[in-house]
Design a protein around this ligand. Structure first.
Ligand code: ZN
Length: 136
């Protein structure tokens, strides 16, 4: 029996989660924040990084589910120290996922800054050239 014929392309694709608090992006029982009462993620808001913790003690108040802990956006070792101190007694896999996400978010912030400076330089160049053309 050939198993490769039975698997369609739809089944081969990983199911992705649309929840903004998801760590991995995968929508499965151990990775989805809706399915777990104990969960840890990282989010980025306007260039600042926050470690978000959800514990079963706060499940009855949905407005206070997440505890936000600010992290430095540039210093990886300091951020990892804070993360490990908060997730000391948690599952090692969740700690690994949070660290992985921190690295991705750091790279994203760097890329945003680079693109912003590039756009500024391009605008300055256009401004200068238009001024030059006007005075010709
Ligand atoms: Zn999900």
């Amino acid at each position: 029996m050939n198993f490769s014929d039975n698997l369609s392309t739809k089944e081969m694709k990983p199911r992705l989660c649309r929840h903004p608090m998801n760590v991995d992006g995968r929508c499965m029982k151990p990775f989805c924040p809706l399915a777990n009462s104990k969960y840890a993620t990282l989010i980025e808001k306007q260039g600042k990084v926050f470690l978000c913790l959800k514990t079963p003690e706060r499940v009855h108040t949905p407005a206070k589910w997440w505890e936000y802990i600010p992290l430095p956006a540039n210093n990886r070792t300091k951020a990892f120290e804070i993360i490990t101190s908060h997730l000391q007694w948690w599952d090692k896999r969740s700690l690994y996922r949070v660290k992985k996400r921190y690295i991705y978010i750091m790279l994203m912030i760097r890329r945003i800054r680079k693109l912003r400076t590039m756009a500024l330089f391009v605008l300055l160049f256009i401004f200068r050239t238009t001024l030059f053309i006007q005075f010709l």
